[in-house]
Design a protein around this ligand. Sequence first.
Ligand code: AKG
Ligand code: FE2
Length: 603
Amino acid sequence: MCKIGFFVFCCRLLAVLKIKMYKIYATGWDLIVFSMVCVLLDSEQGTMWDLWALDWVHQKAECLRFCIGRSVTHVGQLPVSADIEYEFGTRNPYNFLQVTYYKLQRAASAAHTYFVANPSHLEMRNNIEKYRRMDGVTDEDFQDRESHNEKHWVLYDAALQLEANSEWKQAAEKWKACVNETLQQTEECRVQCEVSQLSPVFVFCPALSLSLLSCRQSCVTQVATRPGRISAQEDFLPTQLEHLHIAQFKAGDISGALQTLRSLLLFYPSDKDSLDNLQLYHETLGGDTESQSAQPAQVPFKPLKVHYIKITTVVSKQVTHLLSYPFLFVLSAGGPVPQVGVTITMDDEMLNGTNRVVLDGVMTEKECDRILQLASVAGSLGDGYRGRRSPHTPHETFEGLTVLRAVKVGGNDITEAGLRDALSSISVRTVLHSYFRSPSGLFITFTHLVCRTAVTDDQKGRLDLSHPVHVDNCLLEPETKQCWKEPPAFTHRDLSAILYLNDDFDGGELFFTNRDAKTVTARVKPSCGRLVGFSSGPVNPHGVTAVTRGRRCALALWFTKEKRVVDDVMIPVLDNMSSWGTMQIWWLFACFPIYCAWSVVMP
Ligand SMILES: O=C(O)CCC(=O)C(=O)O
Ligand SMILES: [Fe+2]
């Protein structure tokens, strides 16, 4: 333990010196050292395999960084914003393209490509009918121009069709091709992760591992999501293997079926039906030792498949482990490090959307209470919105408190709490940055402590909301489903985070909707230490249901990726924190000889 402690100490010293004094970023070796520290710290559960996996990922990333630097221009390496990703994900440019091509044959394929991802778009359905009636337009003109990216879906649908026609031999061939294509796409997506994760934020070990690993992990769902859909098809790969297994069996290819069954068992080793089938095959094949000993599909998808399962398992394990240390390498915090176990409670899938997450355990009850205390004292001194009433509803009062105000209004206690409040926002940043694997940096743009209190005796028959449905960085127009990125919206906000502080009130649930501002897609009940993070753009319209009893407090934080748009109220706080960072260096210098002597005396 002593050696590990010394090792950690040296690494931290090295990193602090490098970052603070020379202002240079970590190299590949630093990354490897940092990941080793991570794994060693976690040695109770960690294994050498974890260490090798991370080492391998880092080396590959280094190599990629080198190659990309040589062959891709600087502009080509720039990250794209979530909004642009959303636009292309929903194939919106094809809508414009079909308008541009109007009266040309090519409009048909643009319209079809858009319609594949937006099957409920009635206007496009009508347009397609119009194009069908156009002279010279044939069925071949309705091509999906994006299908090269989604070949596995084309194969999937074709295989289903063959299965429906009981053409088992061809179906088996198609399912095999589909499995291979899915694995190939997953692998390509993972390579992309390594490309997009090459940013200076690597200096923070948990952030590095988390963002890269969670990116790789997300490839499984990304590949399993049909174009234009938001949720992935559950158990995509095992489902294909199941189909392949049935098709092979029906086509009389028992040894192929046995091989596929073994692959399937890698996913569900204790599945009763599969185990029964395995037994049956063994009996049927009798003395055919060659077929009996067939390993999980060797050809043609052996290496990828095994890799797929192993990496997925390692990744989930690492993500869970590393999430326990979100505060460990918060450089500027200094002093004792809060060891709070953070868990992922709801992800995109459970929240029915994209770029949303609910994490628990980000703050302890004690920490929530301190900030609530701050809200009470500072709230009684005056609030961010002057009046006692809410800007959103007459049935609630609303106290808003910025961090600077917390520092200004109080004595030492409040100032300290205000700073801690800001510090927690740094930790929130680390956690969210890691989770959402943003390729660029995240800068705090505004933080706001908000309490909403139900006005007693004024709650009967209440139909309104505590906070109407809105999008944080654009003006939502539910009728047209447009979101205008223009003032007075806070257009520079990229990531929103709400850290809840209590649950002793009625109502006050956060909910997400579709762009119609009506269809509720997910609900989140606040509680102390619960953090909701989501991208601030049009994919995440949200609101708060009426608070009908008690007082609901939360710390709202917004981050920006593009540039350092720090709200002026934050600057003194951030300045204060950087001087803490410098103090930390002196502390390390002073203690270094003592630490060395101690580690020699205490082997
Ligand atoms: O308090 C919440 O849960 C959400 C608040 C919010 O959406 C906002 O302030 O923009
Ligand atoms: Fe909001």
